[in-house]
Design a protein around this ligand. Structure first.
Ligand SMILES: C[S@@+](CC[C@H](N)C(=O)[O-])C[C@H]1O[C@@H](n2cnc3c(N)ncnc32)[C@H](O)[C@@H]1O
Length: 260
């Protein structure tokens, strides 16, 4: 019986959550390196408390036929459940800076009969995809590991089409991008926060492209969760209005430091 099916049993869930939090806290001390070392991949199979697939999907809302991008799939915890949501006409591109992680995801997908996953080795700060190639993108505990989260979000804004969405999941480790920093980076990249679930130490945020090219703020989407529901969260959720007559451009990523 697999670890995840055992963890799925109701009586075991809280114990598993405590164990996962303990393991995460331990790895926080033990492996303060980015990217997360493949040698420790077994820890990635433990679902983190409050960062489960249901929460991810409630903000991502994957649809059949869509092309979706995942950055930093690790061992495929989210990929193997998201790809089937896209159906045979859809496609999940997984991008990781470590080839071992991609190989692991693909081997696991083959074993479990999951199709529609396409791996690409790349740094998230310089994505090898054309503008607007994706309907949506997501990263779970990966944004803070990238060398420059602002550049990563700028790249995501570029490769996600207008009207698309980007979902970011972050957990309390040394690399965590806090919610206010995320909102700031997002705004600078031409995205804004339209949904948020979870406490500061384990949250998912949904970002959508600004439509400031027309000089309007993007209205909150249906996914918007009022800040009043999130004690202590004072996030800028609106796009900054564009100066009159200005048609902003999305900056493309420039030279990016290599990841060792
Ligand atoms: C902590 S793991 C998270 C894995 C998975 N999303 C999960 O929740 O189990 C972070 C992942 O991000 C990848 N990563 C780190 N820096 C990256 C970068 N600059 N570009 C692309 N992927 C990166 C790592 O190789 C690793 O697979």
């Amino acid at each position: 019986m697999g670890v995840r099916s055992v963890l799925g049993r109701p009586g075991v869930r809280w114990g598993a959550a405590a164990a996962a939090a303990g393991a995460a806290a331990w790895s926080w001390w033990a492996f303060d390196s980015a990217p997360y070392p493949y040698a420790q991949h077994r820890l990635l199979d433990l679902p983190l408390p409050l960062l489960g697939q249901r929460r991810l999907e409630s903000l991502l809302r994957p649809q059949r036929g869509e092309r979706v991008l995942e950055i930093g799939p690790g061992t495929g915890l989210q990929s193997l459940r998201t790809a089937p949501r896209l159906g045979p006409e859809g496609r999940l591109d997984v991008v990781d800076v470590q080839q071992e992680m991609l190989d692991h995801v693909m081997a696991r997908a083959a074993r479990e009969g999951v199709t529609g996953i396409v791996p690409t080795r790349s740094d998230a700060g310089a994505l090898p995809f054309p503008d607007g190639a994706f309907d949506a993108a997501y990263l779970v505990t990966a944004l803070g590991e990238t060398p420059d989260p602002g550049t990563t979000l700028t790249e995501l804004r570029r490769v996600v089409r207008s009207g698309g969405r980007v979902v970011v999941g972050e957990f309390f480790d040394r690399h965590q991008v806090r919610r206010t920093a995320l909102a700031r980076h997002a705004n600078a990249a031409g995205l804004h926060v339209t949904g948020l679930i979870g406490p500061p130490f384990a949250y998912f945020a949904r970002l959508e492209p600004c439509r400031s090219a027309r000089g309007h703020d993007t209205p909150p989407s249906e996914a918007h969760i009022p800040e009043a529901h999130i004690p202590g969260a004072h996030l800028p959720t609106a796009c900054a209005p564009a100066p009159k007559g200005h048609r902003p451009e999305v900056r493309l990523a420039g030279p990016h430091p290599a990841v060792g």
